[in-house]
Write a new protein. Sequence first.
Length: 379
Amino acid sequence: MFYPSRHLVIKSLFFLSIFLFSCVNQTAKKKEKPIAKDDGFYNTEREYKTFSKHFTDSLHTFFPNDFNGTVLVYKQGKLFKKAFGKIGLAHSPEMAIDDIFQLASVSKTVTAVATMLLIQEGKLALDSLASNYLPDFPYPNVSIRQLLTHRSGLANYMYYTDTFWHDTAKYMNQDDFYQFMKRSKPTPYLNPGVSFSYCNTNYAFLAYLISEISGMPFHQFVEERIFKPAGMRNSFYLGYKPERIKARVLIGRYDHYEYNETYYMDGVLGDKSLYSNVEDMFYFHLALSEGRLINKTLLNLMQEPSFQHTVFGGSYGLGFRLMKNHTGQWTYHNGWWRGFWTSFWNRFDKQVCVVVLTNNKHSSHVDKQGLANYVLTGR
Protein backbone atom coordinates (compact mmCIF):
# COMPACT_ATOMS: atom_id res chain seq x y z
CA MET A 1 0.00 0.00 0.00
CA PHE A 2 1.27 3.49 -0.93
CA TYR A 3 1.51 6.15 1.80
CA PRO A 4 2.27 9.68 0.57
CA SER A 5 5.11 11.49 2.20
CA ARG A 6 4.48 14.35 4.59
CA HIS A 7 6.05 16.72 2.07
CA LEU A 8 3.69 15.58 -0.69
CA VAL A 9 0.63 15.99 1.58
CA ILE A 10 1.63 19.52 2.53
CA LYS A 11 2.26 20.38 -1.11
CA SER A 12 -1.16 18.98 -2.12
CA LEU A 13 -2.93 20.90 0.63
CA PHE A 14 -1.15 24.08 -0.44
CA PHE A 15 -2.39 23.82 -4.04
CA LEU A 16 -5.89 22.83 -2.86
CA SER A 17 -6.05 25.95 -0.66
CA ILE A 18 -5.02 28.14 -3.60
CA PHE A 19 -7.76 26.54 -5.74
CA LEU A 20 -10.43 27.06 -3.06
CA PHE A 21 -9.33 30.65 -2.43
CA SER A 22 -9.55 31.35 -6.15
CA CYS A 23 -13.09 29.97 -6.29
CA VAL A 24 -14.19 32.01 -3.28
CA ASN A 25 -12.54 35.11 -4.68
CA GLN A 26 -14.28 34.68 -8.03
CA THR A 27 -17.61 34.25 -6.23
CA ALA A 28 -16.93 37.42 -4.22
CA LYS A 29 -16.14 39.30 -7.41
CA LYS A 30 -19.43 38.18 -8.92
CA LYS A 31 -21.29 39.37 -5.84
CA GLU A 32 -19.55 42.74 -6.04
CA LYS A 33 -20.87 43.38 -9.56
CA PRO A 34 -22.93 46.59 -9.46
CA ILE A 35 -26.66 45.91 -9.61
CA ALA A 36 -27.13 48.97 -11.82
CA LYS A 37 -25.57 47.11 -14.75
CA ASP A 38 -28.46 44.61 -14.74
CA ASP A 39 -31.43 46.81 -13.86
CA GLY A 40 -32.55 47.37 -17.45
CA PHE A 41 -31.04 50.85 -17.77
CA TYR A 42 -28.69 51.67 -20.62
CA ASN A 43 -25.07 51.76 -19.47
CA THR A 44 -24.00 55.41 -19.73
CA GLU A 45 -20.37 54.92 -18.69
CA ARG A 46 -18.14 56.65 -21.25
CA GLU A 47 -14.92 58.60 -21.44
CA TYR A 48 -15.23 62.33 -22.17
CA LYS A 49 -12.63 64.93 -22.97
CA THR A 50 -12.34 68.22 -21.09
CA PHE A 51 -12.65 71.73 -22.47
CA SER A 52 -9.76 74.17 -22.48
CA LYS A 53 -9.24 76.43 -19.45
CA HIS A 54 -10.01 79.45 -21.60
CA PHE A 55 -13.34 77.89 -22.60
CA THR A 56 -14.39 76.96 -19.06
CA ASP A 57 -13.28 80.34 -17.70
CA SER A 58 -15.55 81.97 -20.27
CA LEU A 59 -18.41 79.66 -19.27
CA HIS A 60 -18.12 80.88 -15.69
CA THR A 61 -18.75 84.47 -16.78
CA PHE A 62 -22.35 83.53 -17.61
CA PHE A 63 -23.01 82.69 -13.95
CA PRO A 64 -22.88 85.43 -11.30
CA ASN A 65 -21.26 84.78 -7.93
CA ASP A 66 -24.67 84.38 -6.29
CA PHE A 67 -25.92 81.79 -8.80
CA ASN A 68 -27.17 78.59 -7.14
CA GLY A 69 -27.75 75.60 -9.37
CA THR A 70 -26.18 72.93 -11.56
CA VAL A 71 -24.85 73.26 -15.10
CA LEU A 72 -23.82 70.75 -17.78
CA VAL A 73 -22.30 71.58 -21.16
CA TYR A 74 -21.53 69.02 -23.85
CA LYS A 75 -19.91 69.54 -27.24
CA GLN A 76 -18.66 66.85 -29.58
CA GLY A 77 -17.19 64.52 -26.97
CA LYS A 78 -16.19 67.20 -24.45
CA LEU A 79 -18.05 67.55 -21.16
CA PHE A 80 -18.25 70.22 -18.46
CA LYS A 81 -20.45 69.96 -15.38
CA LYS A 82 -20.48 71.94 -12.18
CA ALA A 83 -22.62 72.67 -9.11
CA PHE A 84 -22.71 76.30 -7.96
CA GLY A 85 -23.66 77.72 -4.58
CA LYS A 86 -26.07 76.25 -2.04
CA ILE A 87 -29.35 74.37 -2.15
CA GLY A 88 -31.09 76.97 0.01
CA LEU A 89 -30.31 80.00 2.12
CA ALA A 90 -26.92 80.98 3.55
CA HIS A 91 -26.37 78.11 5.97
CA SER A 92 -27.77 75.32 3.80
CA PRO A 93 -25.63 72.52 2.26
CA GLU A 94 -23.59 73.04 -0.89
CA MET A 95 -25.22 72.24 -4.22
CA ALA A 96 -24.13 68.86 -5.69
CA ILE A 97 -23.99 67.88 -9.35
CA ASP A 98 -26.40 64.97 -8.81
CA ASP A 99 -29.06 67.07 -7.05
CA ILE A 100 -32.54 66.53 -8.47
CA PHE A 101 -34.83 69.36 -9.58
CA GLN A 102 -38.44 69.65 -10.68
CA LEU A 103 -38.08 70.20 -14.44
CA ALA A 104 -41.28 72.27 -14.75
CA SER A 105 -42.18 72.73 -18.44
CA VAL A 106 -39.03 70.98 -19.63
CA SER A 107 -41.14 67.91 -18.70
CA LYS A 108 -43.06 68.53 -21.94
CA THR A 109 -40.07 67.40 -24.02
CA VAL A 110 -40.28 63.93 -22.47
CA THR A 111 -44.07 63.77 -22.91
CA ALA A 112 -43.64 64.71 -26.57
CA VAL A 113 -41.04 61.97 -27.15
CA ALA A 114 -43.34 59.45 -25.43
CA THR A 115 -46.09 60.49 -27.86
CA MET A 116 -43.72 60.13 -30.83
CA LEU A 117 -42.84 56.60 -29.67
CA LEU A 118 -46.50 55.62 -30.07
CA ILE A 119 -46.57 57.33 -33.47
CA GLN A 120 -43.44 55.43 -34.47
CA GLU A 121 -45.17 52.16 -33.53
CA GLY A 122 -48.30 53.05 -35.50
CA LYS A 123 -50.48 53.24 -32.39
CA LEU A 124 -51.14 56.94 -32.91
CA ALA A 125 -51.34 59.07 -36.04
CA LEU A 126 -50.04 62.62 -35.79
CA ASP A 127 -52.92 64.25 -37.66
CA SER A 128 -55.69 62.07 -36.26
CA LEU A 129 -58.19 63.52 -33.82
CA ALA A 130 -57.72 62.74 -30.15
CA SER A 131 -61.38 61.67 -30.08
CA ASN A 132 -60.50 58.77 -32.41
CA TYR A 133 -58.61 57.23 -29.49
CA LEU A 134 -60.64 58.66 -26.59
CA PRO A 135 -64.33 58.53 -27.59
CA ASP A 136 -65.31 60.69 -24.60
CA PHE A 137 -62.65 63.34 -25.33
CA PRO A 138 -64.43 66.64 -24.62
CA TYR A 139 -63.03 68.52 -27.65
CA PRO A 140 -63.83 66.42 -30.75
CA ASN A 141 -62.01 68.57 -33.33
CA VAL A 142 -58.54 68.66 -31.74
CA SER A 143 -55.75 66.60 -33.31
CA ILE A 144 -52.66 65.01 -31.76
CA ARG A 145 -50.46 67.44 -33.70
CA GLN A 146 -52.41 70.42 -32.32
CA LEU A 147 -51.91 69.19 -28.76
CA LEU A 148 -48.16 68.78 -29.35
CA THR A 149 -47.74 72.19 -30.99
CA HIS A 150 -50.04 74.18 -28.65
CA ARG A 151 -52.41 74.96 -31.52
CA SER A 152 -55.48 73.33 -29.99
CA GLY A 153 -56.87 76.62 -28.66
CA LEU A 154 -57.80 74.92 -25.37
CA ALA A 155 -58.15 76.80 -22.10
CA ASN A 156 -55.55 76.28 -19.37
CA TYR A 157 -56.99 73.85 -16.80
CA MET A 158 -55.02 75.57 -14.02
CA TYR A 159 -57.32 78.59 -14.17
CA TYR A 160 -60.44 76.51 -13.52
CA THR A 161 -59.67 73.66 -11.15
CA ASP A 162 -59.75 75.79 -7.99
CA THR A 163 -63.55 75.80 -8.27
CA PHE A 164 -63.56 72.00 -8.45
CA TRP A 165 -60.73 70.69 -6.28
CA HIS A 166 -61.56 71.58 -2.69
CA ASP A 167 -59.22 69.22 -0.80
CA THR A 168 -55.99 71.05 -1.56
CA ALA A 169 -54.00 68.80 0.80
CA LYS A 170 -54.53 65.98 -1.70
CA TYR A 171 -53.01 65.71 -5.17
CA MET A 172 -55.21 65.78 -8.25
CA ASN A 173 -54.14 62.91 -10.51
CA GLN A 174 -54.45 62.30 -14.25
CA ASP A 175 -57.86 60.66 -14.00
CA ASP A 176 -59.13 63.52 -11.82
CA PHE A 177 -57.88 66.01 -14.41
CA TYR A 178 -59.55 64.15 -17.27
CA GLN A 179 -62.88 63.78 -15.49
CA PHE A 180 -62.84 67.47 -14.60
CA MET A 181 -62.17 68.51 -18.20
CA LYS A 182 -64.80 66.12 -19.51
CA ARG A 183 -67.43 67.30 -17.04
CA SER A 184 -66.67 71.04 -16.92
CA LYS A 185 -65.40 71.46 -20.48
CA PRO A 186 -63.91 74.96 -20.13
CA THR A 187 -64.58 77.07 -23.21
CA PRO A 188 -61.56 77.06 -25.58
CA TYR A 189 -59.76 80.35 -26.16
CA LEU A 190 -59.51 79.72 -29.90
CA ASN A 191 -60.70 77.30 -32.54
CA PRO A 192 -58.25 74.45 -33.24
CA GLY A 193 -55.43 75.34 -35.61
CA VAL A 194 -56.01 79.12 -35.61
CA SER A 195 -52.88 80.15 -33.71
CA PHE A 196 -50.15 79.10 -31.30
CA SER A 197 -51.32 79.45 -27.70
CA TYR A 198 -49.05 77.85 -25.10
CA CYS A 199 -51.18 75.82 -22.70
CA ASN A 200 -50.45 73.13 -20.09
CA THR A 201 -53.77 71.44 -20.81
CA ASN A 202 -52.39 70.05 -24.08
CA TYR A 203 -49.67 68.04 -22.37
CA ALA A 204 -51.81 66.86 -19.47
CA PHE A 205 -54.18 65.45 -22.11
CA LEU A 206 -51.26 63.80 -23.94
CA ALA A 207 -50.12 62.07 -20.73
CA TYR A 208 -53.63 60.69 -20.25
CA LEU A 209 -53.78 59.58 -23.89
CA ILE A 210 -50.40 57.82 -23.66
CA SER A 211 -51.60 55.87 -20.65
CA GLU A 212 -54.82 54.81 -22.38
CA ILE A 213 -53.12 53.78 -25.64
CA SER A 214 -50.20 51.97 -24.01
CA GLY A 215 -52.25 50.28 -21.29
CA MET A 216 -49.68 51.41 -18.73
CA PRO A 217 -49.66 54.24 -16.18
CA PHE A 218 -47.96 57.25 -17.78
CA HIS A 219 -45.03 57.29 -15.37
CA GLN A 220 -44.40 53.58 -15.96
CA PHE A 221 -44.51 53.94 -19.75
CA VAL A 222 -41.95 56.75 -19.61
CA GLU A 223 -39.64 54.78 -17.33
CA GLU A 224 -39.75 51.67 -19.53
CA ARG A 225 -39.60 53.39 -22.90
CA ILE A 226 -37.49 56.50 -22.21
CA PHE A 227 -35.65 56.42 -18.88
CA LYS A 228 -34.29 52.88 -19.28
CA PRO A 229 -33.08 53.06 -22.91
CA ALA A 230 -31.61 56.51 -22.19
CA GLY A 231 -29.94 55.48 -18.91
CA MET A 232 -31.83 58.08 -16.85
CA ARG A 233 -31.60 56.42 -13.43
CA ASN A 234 -32.23 59.61 -11.45
CA SER A 235 -35.49 60.67 -13.09
CA PHE A 236 -39.04 60.14 -11.83
CA TYR A 237 -42.47 61.75 -11.63
CA LEU A 238 -43.94 63.19 -8.46
CA GLY A 239 -45.48 60.42 -6.42
CA TYR A 240 -43.41 57.69 -8.08
CA LYS A 241 -39.93 58.14 -6.62
CA PRO A 242 -38.08 54.81 -7.02
CA GLU A 243 -36.00 53.21 -4.30
CA ARG A 244 -32.80 53.57 -6.34
CA ILE A 245 -32.86 57.37 -5.98
CA LYS A 246 -30.30 58.33 -3.36
CA ALA A 247 -29.44 61.87 -4.41
CA ARG A 248 -31.18 64.82 -2.80
CA VAL A 249 -34.47 66.06 -4.21
CA LEU A 250 -34.50 69.82 -3.85
CA ILE A 251 -37.25 72.24 -2.84
CA GLY A 252 -38.05 75.27 -4.97
CA ARG A 253 -38.08 78.73 -3.44
CA TYR A 254 -38.84 82.35 -4.13
CA ASP A 255 -36.45 84.54 -2.17
CA HIS A 256 -36.86 83.29 1.43
CA TYR A 257 -40.10 81.40 0.83
CA GLU A 258 -39.84 77.64 0.21
CA TYR A 259 -42.54 75.77 -1.68
CA ASN A 260 -42.47 72.74 0.60
CA GLU A 261 -46.23 72.27 1.06
CA THR A 262 -48.48 69.95 -0.94
CA TYR A 263 -49.83 71.69 -4.02
CA TYR A 264 -52.66 69.73 -5.56
CA MET A 265 -51.88 70.52 -9.21
CA ASP A 266 -48.42 68.95 -8.92
CA GLY A 267 -50.15 65.57 -9.20
CA VAL A 268 -51.15 66.21 -12.83
CA LEU A 269 -48.34 64.90 -15.02
CA GLY A 270 -47.20 65.47 -18.59
CA ASP A 271 -46.99 69.24 -18.49
CA LYS A 272 -44.68 69.28 -15.41
CA SER A 273 -43.79 67.31 -12.24
CA LEU A 274 -40.91 65.37 -13.78
CA TYR A 275 -37.84 65.34 -11.53
CA SER A 276 -34.34 64.89 -12.93
CA ASN A 277 -30.76 66.18 -12.85
CA VAL A 278 -28.32 67.63 -15.38
CA GLU A 279 -26.65 64.30 -16.11
CA ASP A 280 -29.92 62.51 -16.88
CA MET A 281 -31.01 65.30 -19.21
CA PHE A 282 -27.69 64.97 -21.01
CA TYR A 283 -28.35 61.22 -21.35
CA PHE A 284 -31.77 62.10 -22.78
CA HIS A 285 -30.00 64.30 -25.35
CA LEU A 286 -27.62 61.46 -26.27
CA ALA A 287 -30.44 58.91 -26.56
CA LEU A 288 -32.29 61.18 -28.98
CA SER A 289 -29.13 61.96 -30.94
CA GLU A 290 -28.18 58.29 -31.24
CA GLY A 291 -31.64 57.03 -32.21
CA ARG A 292 -32.21 54.92 -29.10
CA LEU A 293 -35.69 56.40 -28.59
CA ILE A 294 -37.17 57.59 -31.88
CA ASN A 295 -35.77 57.43 -35.40
CA LYS A 296 -34.03 60.33 -37.11
CA THR A 297 -37.03 61.14 -39.31
CA LEU A 298 -39.27 61.69 -36.29
CA LEU A 299 -36.58 63.66 -34.44
CA ASN A 300 -36.27 65.96 -37.45
CA LEU A 301 -40.06 66.27 -37.57
CA MET A 302 -40.09 67.40 -33.94
CA GLN A 303 -37.76 70.24 -34.93
CA GLU A 304 -39.89 71.59 -37.78
CA PRO A 305 -41.56 74.91 -36.83
CA SER A 306 -45.35 74.78 -36.58
CA PHE A 307 -45.51 78.46 -37.52
CA GLN A 308 -43.14 80.91 -39.17
CA HIS A 309 -40.30 82.05 -36.94
CA THR A 310 -41.11 85.38 -35.29
CA VAL A 311 -38.98 88.50 -35.71
CA PHE A 312 -37.18 87.39 -32.54
CA GLY A 313 -36.44 83.96 -34.04
CA GLY A 314 -38.88 81.92 -31.96
CA SER A 315 -41.23 79.12 -32.99
CA TYR A 316 -42.49 75.80 -31.61
CA GLY A 317 -42.11 72.28 -32.97
CA LEU A 318 -43.47 69.06 -31.49
CA GLY A 319 -42.72 69.43 -27.79
CA PHE A 320 -39.72 71.72 -28.21
CA ARG A 321 -39.36 75.44 -28.57
CA LEU A 322 -37.25 76.52 -31.56
CA MET A 323 -34.91 79.50 -31.73
CA LYS A 324 -33.36 80.53 -35.02
CA ASN A 325 -30.40 82.90 -34.97
CA HIS A 326 -27.06 83.44 -36.71
CA THR A 327 -25.77 80.06 -35.47
CA GLY A 328 -28.73 78.09 -36.84
CA GLN A 329 -31.80 76.69 -35.07
CA TRP A 330 -31.74 75.64 -31.42
CA THR A 331 -34.14 72.96 -30.17
CA TYR A 332 -34.87 73.73 -26.54
CA HIS A 333 -37.32 74.23 -23.71
CA ASN A 334 -37.28 76.38 -20.60
CA GLY A 335 -39.46 75.90 -17.57
CA TRP A 336 -40.50 77.51 -14.30
CA TRP A 337 -42.76 76.17 -11.58
CA ARG A 338 -42.93 76.90 -7.86
CA GLY A 339 -39.36 78.13 -7.50
CA PHE A 340 -37.72 75.85 -10.09
CA TRP A 341 -36.22 77.40 -13.25
CA THR A 342 -34.89 75.01 -15.84
CA SER A 343 -33.34 75.08 -19.33
CA PHE A 344 -32.55 72.31 -21.82
CA TRP A 345 -30.91 73.53 -25.07
CA ASN A 346 -29.86 71.25 -27.92
CA ARG A 347 -28.23 71.20 -31.32
CA PHE A 348 -28.69 67.56 -32.24
CA ASP A 349 -27.04 68.21 -35.60
CA LYS A 350 -23.89 69.58 -33.93
CA GLN A 351 -23.68 67.27 -30.88
CA VAL A 352 -24.19 70.15 -28.47
CA CYS A 353 -26.25 70.20 -25.27
CA VAL A 354 -26.62 72.78 -22.49
CA VAL A 355 -28.55 72.09 -19.26
CA VAL A 356 -29.06 74.68 -16.51
CA LEU A 357 -31.14 73.83 -13.42
CA THR A 358 -31.85 76.05 -10.42
CA ASN A 359 -34.33 75.92 -7.54
CA ASN A 360 -34.69 79.66 -6.91
CA LYS A 361 -35.92 82.61 -8.95
CA HIS A 362 -32.93 84.76 -8.03
CA SER A 363 -30.67 82.43 -10.06
CA SER A 364 -32.98 82.26 -13.07
CA HIS A 365 -31.59 85.30 -14.88
CA VAL A 366 -28.93 83.51 -16.91
CA ASP A 367 -28.54 84.37 -20.60
CA LYS A 368 -29.35 80.88 -21.87
CA GLN A 369 -29.29 81.78 -25.54
CA GLY A 370 -25.99 83.62 -25.17
CA LEU A 371 -24.53 80.69 -23.24
CA ALA A 372 -25.73 78.18 -25.83
CA ASN A 373 -24.33 80.23 -28.70
CA TYR A 374 -20.98 80.52 -26.94
CA VAL A 375 -20.84 76.76 -26.39
CA LEU A 376 -21.51 76.19 -30.09
CA THR A 377 -18.99 78.71 -31.42
CA GLY A 378 -16.40 79.09 -28.61
CA ARG A 379 -13.10 77.24 -28.36
